[in-house]
Design a protein around this ligand. Structure first.
Ligand code: 0O2
Length: 217
């Protein structure tokens, strides 16, 4: 019994320690993004980042993901197989900003890029569009640097609008909602993609006009 108590206390400690690391990694990434946003402003004279959101995945959601992927709920499996315990979502103005920002993130010396998934060029069957990066961030502790995984989701305001509402309406049904709902959501995703394209070309047209005006002065 006493042994079991010590084991539970040990796991609680491991859990709290891990959550501290993931939380610190989120803070590191948010600070870097802040600096990158300033640099972006300096280079391109505008701020591409509309807003940044972050979250720590709940214990329930971590266990659910491990179960769905056929893993036992252990601390080791969670560290190894759940890449989005620390999640940072960056919402940009235009699709082109997403790729510029992803490039800047990849150039950060402190970050190690583990993998990227381009759901903009290759949208998911649901219609989901976003650029994902799994990165490793060194969290400085008194015992040394601990490499910690963070998932970055970079998207436009329109992509975020669709994904947030779709998540509420459908995603959590895990494919069990009627077909007509998923079909309607897919066509909404297409409308959103068209809107992004239109806004991007309008922005490019305005920038060209502005450049011409400057030349004429
Ligand atoms: P939640 O509730 O947001 O945390 P990987 O992370 O690559 O090891 P996974 O989960 O298969 O494995 O990767 P994927 O498919 O890239 O999904 C990662 C996250 O992207 C999801 O996390 C969602 O946040 C988001 N996402 C992916 N597909 C969709 C989609 O069709 N609709 C919406 N709204 N979001 C999506 P979680 O843990 O599944 O969910």
């Amino acid at each position: 019994m006493a042994e079991q108590g010590a084991e539970v206390r040990g796991s609680v400690y491991d859990w709290q320690n891990l959550m501290f690391l993931y939380n610190a990694a989120i803070k590191e990434v948010r600070t870097k993004l802040d600096i990158m946003s300033d640099e972006f402003q300096f280079i391109y004279q505008y701020n591409p980042i509309e807003y940044v959101k972050s979250r720590l995945k709940t214990a329930e959601s971590i266990v659910g993901k491990l179960e769905r992927n056929g893993y036992e709920s252990t601390i080791e499996n969670m560290v190894e197989h759940v890449n989005d315990i620390a999640g940072v979502r960056v919402v940009c103005s235009f699709t082109s900003d997403i790729y510029r920002l992803a490039e800047m993130i990849a150039k950060q010396r402190e970050f190690t890029i583990l993998d990227t998934k381009d759901y903009i060029k290759h949208p998911k069957k649901s219609g989901y569009r976003s650029f994902h990066m799994h990165i490793q961030v060194p969290v400085q502790t008194t015992k040394g640097a601990v490499p910690t995984k963070v998932e970055l989701q970079i998207r436009t305001i329109a992509m975020d609008f669709w994904a947030s509402l779709e998540h509420k309406i459908y995603y959590k049904f895990e494919g069990e909602a009627p077909d007509y709902i998923s079909e309607d959501l897919q066509s909404c995703a297409k409308i959103v993609a068209n809107l992004d394209e239109k806004m991007l070309s309008l922005n490019e047209a305005i920038m060209e006009l502005e450049a011409q005006r400057k030349k004429e002065k």
